[in-house]
Design a protein around this ligand. Structure first.
Ligand SMILES: C[S@@+](CC[C@H](N)C(=O)[O-])C[C@H]1O[C@@H](n2cnc3c(N)ncnc32)[C@H](O)[C@@H]1O
Length: 208
């Protein structure tokens, strides 16, 4: 069995804890490191690129029945939470009608995105698709976040990280890159974490 196919520590832990994907531990690490959410926190959260559903399941478990979670993906989820505070929107965030629906369900105190396009094997096509998706996540977040809100989004390491951080710093009090230990060593993915969203609807003194 090739090294990348062998179930690793994180895959086995995810299976034992009932999560459909090992990616859950990346979110757990990010939330802990940046103190984004406490157990039982009553937050309104949007999970972008949610399938198969590990991040959503972790968010629901962490919020312990309080708060509200909206998940969006082109694909169906592999989890079926009964929680009344959970809404799944099936579709692409590149689609206007889906973005409108997500806005209607907002605002959110936190937007998390693990979204990644299906790869074609053509490096230029894959990079262009990835950049288009990252831009879409960023602009969606700017439209749906509540003042003071946080954004976590996956990007692929390359020339874009510096530019995206500069853009984030125009809208958030803090923004930085962070690669969780649970990311595969050979993976090019990393995450940008921005906190303290400054809504354009709120003046610099915090008043409308
Ligand atoms: C790495 S997976 C997410 C794993 C998920 N965080 C979990 O823990 O189960 C990336 C997801 O992004 C989704 N995706 C890609 N492009 C999208 C788009 N335009 N709109 C919504 N979801 C998208 C894919 O369908 C895929 O399910």
């Amino acid at each position: 069995m090739a090294g990348y196919e062998r179930p690793d520590h994180w895959t086995q832990k995810a299976k034992k804890e009932g999560y459909p994907a090992r990616s859950v531990y990346k979110l757990e690490e990010i939330v802990r490191k940046f103190a984004l959410m406490k157990r039982g926190a009553s937050l309104s959260v949007l999970d972008v690129g949610a399938a198969p559903g590990s991040w959503s399941l972790w968010l629901l478990r962490t919020m312990q029945g309080t708060g509200r979670l909206v998940a969006v993906d082109i694909q169906d989820l592999g989890i079926h939470p009964e929680a009344p505070s959970f809404t799944f929107v099936k579709g692409s965030i590149l689609d206007d009608s889906i973005r409108t629906r997500l806005r209607e369900l907002g605002p959110y105190q936190m937007v998390v995105s693990d979204a990644a396009p299906a790869t074609t094997g053509n490096r230029l096509v894959d990079q262009a698709r990835s950049e288009e998706l990252v831009e879409a996540v960023l602009h969606l977040a700017l439209e749906v976040l509540a003042p003071g809100g946080a954004l976590v989004m996956k990007i692929f390491q390359g020339g874009e990280e510096k530019r995206l951080l500069a853009e984030l710093r125009q809208h958030f009090a803090q923004a930085r890159g962070f690669k969780p230990e649970a990311c595969r060593a050979e993976s090019f993915e990393t995450y940008l974490v921005a906190t303290g969203f400054r809504s354009p609807l709120v003046g610099s003194d915090g008043q409308d």
